[in-house]
Design a protein around this ligand. Structure first.
Ligand SMILES: [Zn+2]
Length: 491
């Protein structure tokens, strides 16, 4: 049991949690965003991040601090909190990113962890090997072995009450990711970044990202706080949270601002192309696009970075509220419409229904069936599992219409796409209170037919008749032969 992470609320595999950071004497509510601070460049000051944006935690790079003499000396003498003037928790990266970019770095895990501790970091990071996607299995395995040795070493370094991360690598091999996660979870380390997914996101490979994170989650305990390392675009936070990620870091807000890119939850826009600002943050209220374009470079960069942060924090608040209301997957569904590759990510997420279902609350506010993908949500799968456990009479009429045949059958159940059949007594229970469109789509009918099949297969002795309204022949053909059919169209 990890005492420093407590889960308060869940929806799909997403959760609202509290990460206790003992060295900072604070708790951080998750999902949390860690703005990335480059100690040599101050686009938005850490004080402003805390006061104006409500940032409870940030991340900076101890390797850059270590390698810049005057900054290093200041960090050692004043401590990170005073040097950056930040009242919240501070996490530090180790130079692993530089290692992946430049091939070598000049510190060891012990040195950098001791340095992070010496400068007052609250969450430190060992030097893992961020193995990129698509390398050979041999390379992924060999580098993973090195990462695992470093994690074991990190456990032995004297770091007081600084939390220490255990990055999960394994490239694009889900079995290696899962194994890496199991190993990391078994260490005494505290926070679990899923590493080296940035190249996947840069290439819009959200499906592969979901596979990597889902594999890591399978190997980690439910009480492990998970950091999706390098994921800073608000467009994909809902997807990341629904997968069970708790921490996100954003360098994007500042990097994108530097070349006039404007973040939205539906993707990135270039300031040059904007005739209107689709946002009500203080920046977008104060300036028109022309006025922003007319600012000098430095001011424009600062204003765009502020806007980028506003939308980023706003999206996290929206996600937390969605978890509270139990409609996180509806938000993911909406965000997935931002880009076809995001839809691939969402569809891949729905392939892990079992994983999502494990943490998903049994009862929530309401289920809105709003897309083709809604038919694959964990609530539908859970209902199908439940069908196998319901007791049934000898003859059963399943109907999309009114219960008009009580004289012919022992019982009459409703059929509602995408769930399929259920006894009328359950009509008022979640998720069967769902709001569904009148114009049913094919995926919902197929899911309903799957439900009928599950019920029929679990009860071979029951005579089942399905009263449907003009279901396509191909959908009806998926039903077992024993199910009789009545077309209710016109009744
Ligand atoms: Zn704005």
């Amino acid at each position: 049991m990890r005492e420093h992470f407590e889960i308060r609320d869940t929806d799909a595999a997403g959760r609202i949690g509290e990460l206790t950071v003992p060295r900072a004497g604070t708790t951080v509510e998750t999902p949390a965003l860690l703005p990335v601070i480059n100690p040599n460049l101050d686009t938005i000051s850490p004080r402003r991040l805390a006061d104006e944006f409500g940032a409870e935690i940030l991340i900076t790079n101890s390797y850059i601090i270590h390698g810049t003499e005057d900054v290093r000396e200041r960090a050692l003498s004043e401590g990170l909190h005073e040097m950056l003037d930040f009242p919240g928790a501070i996490m530090t990266d180790s130079g692993s990113f530089q290692l992946s970019e430049y091939g070598e770095i000049s510190v060891t895990t012990e040195e950098i962890l001791e340095f992070q501790h010496a400068i007052g970091s609250d969450i430190g990071t060992p030097v893992d090997i961020p193995t990129p996607p698509d390398v050979s299995r041999e390379q992924a395995e060999a580098e993973l072995e090195t990462t695992q040795e470093r994690l074991e070493l990190a456990e032995t370094v004297e770091t007081g009450d600084m939390l220490v991360t255990a990055p999960v690598q394994g490239s694009t091999y889900p079995d290696l990711r899962e194994k890496a996660a199991r190993h990391a979870d078994a260490t005494a380390l505290d926070v679990f970044p899923v590493g080296a997914v940035v190249p996947l996101m840069n290439d819009y490979r959200y499906d592969d990202m979901v596979d990597a994170v889902a594999a890591a989650k399978r190997g980690l305990g439910g009480d492990a706080p998970v950091h999706l390392f390098g994921a800073g675009h608000p467009m994909m936070f809902a997807l990341g949270v629904a997968l069970g990620c708790d921490l996100f870091d954003s360098a994007a807000y500042a990097l994108y601002a530097r070349d006039d890119r404007y973040l939205t939850v539906r993707g990135t826009r270039h300031l040059e192309d904007l005739d209107y600002l689709p946002c009500s943050c203080p920046v977008c209220t104060e300036f028109s696009p022309d006025e922003l374009r007319a600012l000098d470079d430095q001011r424009r960069e600062t204003e765009l970075a502020a806007h980028n942060l506003h939308v980023t924090f706003e999206e996290l608040r929206r996600i937390k509220q969605a978890i509270r209301e139990g409609n996180l997957l509806e938000l993911v569904d909406q965000r997935a419409r931002a880009h076809p590759t995001m839809l691939d990510g969402y569809r891949t997420l729905l392939e892990y229904t079992d994983q999502l279902e494990a943490d998903d609350p049994v009862s929530k506010g309401s289920f809105f069936s709003t897309s083709h993908e809604s038919a694959r949500r964990p609530e539908v799968a859970r209902h199908h599992d439940r069908l196998e456990r319901l007791s049934v009479p000898d003859s059963l009429f399943l109907t999309e219409g009114s219960p008009t045949r009580s004289d012919e059958f022992d019982a009459c159940w409703r059929v509602e796409p995408p769930f399929g059949p259920f006894p009328r007594a359950l009509s008022k229970t979640y998720p069967l209170t769902a709001e569904v469109p009148d114009r049913t789509d094919r995926a919902a009918l197929e899911a309903a037919a799957d439900g009928v099949t599950r019920l029929a297969e679990a009860n071979p002795g029951t005579e089942i008749t399905l009263g449907h309204r003009d279901w396509p022949a191909a959908v009806l053909a998926t039903l077992p032969d024993g199910v009789s059919l009545v077309d209710l169209t016109g009744e």
